[in-house]
Ligand binder design. Structure first.
Ligand SMILES: *[C@@H]1O[C@H](CO)[C@@H](O)[C@H](O)[C@H]1NC(C)=O
Ligand SMILES: *[C@@H]1O[C@H](CO)[C@@H](O)[C@H](O)[C@H]1NC(C)=O
Ligand SMILES: *[C@@H]1O[C@H](CO)[C@@H](O)[C@H](O)[C@H]1NC(C)=O
Ligand SMILES: *[C@@H]1O[C@H](CO)[C@@H](O)[C@H](O)[C@H]1NC(C)=O
Ligand SMILES: *[C@@H]1O[C@H](CO)[C@@H](O)[C@H](O)[C@H]1NC(C)=O
Length: 639
């Protein structure tokens, strides 16, 4: 087996920065250091927060002027600010909460904090997604939200979940709702009565217009207050929760309509501002690119921007299956409380950690024993999947995102094509080479293909002769490649967490948003890729290098030269893995869901303006002293 033990030799003691308890911790650390390969969290009573340190990496970054070096530096700077800005006790946490959101934390926040800390939360401030998702609902009266959530219990493609007296009640069936019921069940003791309406479709459901959302956000701001005498408890016995005896209130209509088979952007642009590329016809594609791509090389410089349909809608509206041939797409313009696993930038669904993350499905679940050391992995980029992404017919499939990607990575398909890369000239400067023939590079380094055809009308016979179907690769095969591409299917991709946890480097192109986005930093924890894949070869020649060994002989012109940046890739992969062990753990899913449902519980509470945690946090001073925060992460690179 590859690389089983080279791991140990590369470890070096860190934790040097820890002043107090250093001796104890170092001892523990030694135990971990000699404890061979497995890095899964080892629970030690009273010291559950300490996790084994990742190995330090030896090597040096290329000292060159490639734009990716700048993007990595920028990402590190942002991440460091984020890391150093963490609250480190309860008093700071509540003060920061009030400063950021203009409100008290919700009732029960103290118990949540204790839960989060005992479960090793690395950062207790970063729940921006929850606030972003729930903010507009402050404009809707709580009783109306409850009525709608009750009505949705029986709505089409919605699963109903109800919390009564700290127990989960559900009549809906299916693995998704059963998984969510179990997850909510684990934290039900802390939560008030509520109805949860969970979307059972792959696609998100709520799309209020831009003007409505702006008005709601204004309303939200006007309701902010921090009353001294806030009650730290939810209101009990409120009306308008789902009641099996009472018939469904027909007046509350979610007003669903189908946009399946239509261009999504035709509806979605109404949710964009007038100035955005989606609505401002004076903006060219180049203007739009400027909003999220580097001038030189066209790398994604703002990942959020690259997933924002108001920016990218005009150029990918007919190049992504979800946007032009979604199999089903039932939406509403009303702001209604629907919990979804993912959404696109124009949606107002309430995100929760996807049920897939709670399952131990071997297609998506990371297991350290299936992984290899970086130096034992091959210099190749791998992707496998089925032809999902939208309904395929004979004359549309070539525009679907997965199909486009598989073609673009196919050396035979590319044999007469050229693409743009950045190559280095003999003055050691990078220059744009827009005439690069990628076929040979693709055939040496890419292993990309469909495993089966799926989702075609009337059947998939039009794919005959188009693809060579490749073997499905379980994770222990996939992780032999250094570079793993993750692209959307019908909706978000369930492998992304495992890619972060692995020692390989994840490369991501997506339009979907998930619960964890604000904690993942492009260029520090993964490589962002344009949804058109126009940067694919520029990225891969940068990391893998092009003719790196021929570089010294500048008298012979053998075509473009790109130095190899293997160490850069290894560092990002290691940072990502370490980060995943801190912020994408199973515990983090529960911590997120728990706070989400506390916040939701407050939004639907008739007394939402006067309830909340109003203390200064000092009552947990002792708890904080006894449970020191996990230390800030130290740089992984030596030398
Ligand atoms: C587009 O340009 C025209 C002509 O300059 C101008 O009248 C119009 O207001 C512009 N539209 C937007 C949305 O900026
Ligand atoms: C990145 O893009 C997002 C979404 O379009 C935008 O809100 C944000 O301001 C951009 N960030 C920067 C630094 O330009
Ligand atoms: C590339 O060009 C050759 C010669 O014209 C042709 O036979 C071949 O089909 C072309 N390949 C593709 C993928 O278009
Ligand atoms: C690559 O393209 C060629 C030419 O279209 C095709 O025959 C082959 O099956 C493709 N390979 C894969 C892996 O799909
Ligand atoms: C925090 O509040 C407590 C009473 O709840 C008070 O005794 C204490 O002085 C306060 N601490 C600070 C720093 O204001």
């Amino acid at each position: 087996m590859l690389g089983a033990n080279s791991f140990v030799g590369r470890r070096k003691s860190i934790y040097l920065g820890l002043a107090t308890a250093a001796a104890v911790i170092c001892l523990l650390n030694l135990v971990f250091l000699t404890n061979t390969v497995d890095e899964t969290i080892i629970r030690i009573p009273g010291l559950s927060l300490f996790r084994p340190a990742p190995p330090k990496l030896e090597g040096a970054f290329a000292r060159d002027q490639h734009p990716i070096a700048g993007l990595m530096n920028e990402a590190n700077r942002h991440w460091q600010q984020y890391e150093q800005g963490r609250s480190t006790d309860f008093a700071q946490t509540v003060a920061k909460y009030r400063e950021t959101f203009g409100r008290h934390p919700p009732p029960g926040f103290k118990d949540w904090y204790i839960f989060a800390r005992k479960n090793g939360a690395h950062n207790v401030d970063d729940f921006q997604q929850i606030h972003g998702d729930l903010r507009p609902f402050w404009a809707i009266p709580p009783a109306e939200i409850r009525q709608m959530a009750a009505r949705l219990q029986t709505s089409e493609s919605i699963a109903g979940l109800r919390l009564r007296n700290h127990k989960v009640v559900s009549k809906s069936e299916g693995w998704r709702v059963e998984t969510l019921a179990q997850s909510v069940g684990r934290i039900a003791e802390y939560l008030p009565d509520m109805d949860i309406a969970m979307n059972t479709m792959d696609q998100p459901r709520v799309m209020a217009t831009y003007d409505d959302i702006q008005q709601y956000l204004k309303d939200e701001e006007s309701t902010r207050s921090i009353p001294d005498d806030a009650q730290d408890q939810f209101t009990s016995n409120m009306e308008h929760l789902y009641n099996e005896e009472a018939p469904v209130n027909e007046e509350v209509d979610p007003a669903w309509f189908s946009v399946a088979g239509q261009l999504y952007m035709d509806s979605a642009k109404e949710s964009c501002s007038l100035e955005s590329p989606a609505r401002n016809e004076n903006m060219t594609a180049e203007d739009a690119d400027q909003l999220y791509k580097s001038n030189f090389g066209g790398f994604v410089s703002n990942f959020t921007g690259s997933t924002d349909l108001c920016n990218v809608g005009p150029v990918i509206g007919e190049q992504h299956g979800f946007l032009f041939t979604a199999s089903s797409n039932k939406i509403t313009r009303k702001l209604i409380p629907v919990f979804s696993e993912c959404k696109v930038s124009v949606n107002n669904d309430i995100l929760f950690p996807a049920n897939m993350y709670f399952l131990k499905d071997e297609r998506y679940f990371y297991d350290n024993k299936h992984d290899y050391e970086w130096e034992d992995k091959t210099d190749s980029m791998l992707w496998r999947g089925v032809t999902s992404g939208g309904v395929q017919v004979a004359d549309n499939w070539h525009r679907l995102h997965r199909q486009r990607f598989v073609k673009m990575a196919n050396s035979t398909e590319m044999e007469n094509s050229t693409v743009s890369i950045l190559s280095r000239n003999n003055r050691d400067q990078y220059q744009l080479d827009s005439e690069f023939h990628p076929s040979e590079f693709a055939s040496s380094h890419f292993d990309v293909g469909f495993t089966e055809a799926w989702g075609c009308i009337p059947d998939c016979s039009f794919y005959e002769g188009v693809w060579t179907y490749k073997d499905q690769k379980p994770f222990n095969e996939q992780f032999k490649s250094k570079y793993l591409v993750d692209i959307d299917g019908h909706s978000f991709s369930g492998r992304w967490r495992a890619f972060h946890q692995s020692r390989s480097l994840g490369i991501k192109a997506t339009i979907f948003r998930e619960w964890h986005d604000s904690r993942l930093f492009a260029w520090r924890h993964f490589i962002p890729m344009d949804n058109r894949f126009t940067d694919l070869y520029a990225l891969m020649t940068y990391f893998i290098g092009l003719r790196p060994s021929a570089s010294d002989d500048s008298t012979v012109d053998n075509g473009p030269y790109v130095p190899r940046h293997d160490f850069e890739a290894e560092v990002i992969a290691a940072q990502s893995r370490e980060w995943a062990q801190n912020v994408l753990r199973d515990e983090d899913l529960d911590i997120y869901l728990y706070l989400l449902l506390l916040e939701y519980g407050r939004i639907i509470d008739d007394n939402r303006d006067t309830i909340g945690y109003s203390g200064n946090g000092s009552e947990l001073a002792r708890f904080d002293a006894e449970h020191p925060f996990p230390p800030s992460l130290q740089p992984l690179v030596v030398g």
